[in-house]
Ligand binder design. Structure first.
Ligand code: ZN
Length: 118
């Protein structure tokens, strides 16, 4: 009944009766806000429109007919990866992943830095 998909005993993001990896990474109310903010920030920085779509945000699969170019895709992949990382990191303490935390992770990753601090 908890998010115990991974064999980490302290892993309990929420007490909802869904407990799937998909729930923990995507549809849990605790992570929805992060993804929404990530989406808004990315849209703002790259001046593009994104649908909050698990295929794209979780798997990096771009929708048919998208017009996101290669350099933008590289940044998107980094940002999505770091968002997932923040989510997984917060599972351990039952916290709620936050945007500042995501930005911090990006600042620490060499390739994510450039876009945020130029
Ligand atoms: Zn949940």
């Amino acid at each position: 009944e908890r998010c115990h998909y991974f064999p980490i005993s302290s892993l309990s993001l929420c007490t909802e009766d869904k407990g799937t990896l998909f729930h923990c990474l995507w549809s849990c109310p605790k992570v929805e806000e992060l993804w929404e903010q990530v989406k808004l920030i990315i849209q703002e920085i790259l001046s593009i429109r994104l649908d909050r779509e698990p295929k794209l945000f979780l798997l990096g699969l771009y929708p048919e007919g998208h017009n996101i170019n290669q350099p933008e895709q590289i940044f998107l992949n980094i940002w999505f990866l770091q968002a997932k990382r923040v989510i997984v990191l917060t599972w351990k303490n039952m916290g709620k992943p936050s945007v500042p935390q995501w930005v911090r992770e990006l600042a620490l990753s060499p390739s994510g830095k450039n876009y945020f601090y130029t």
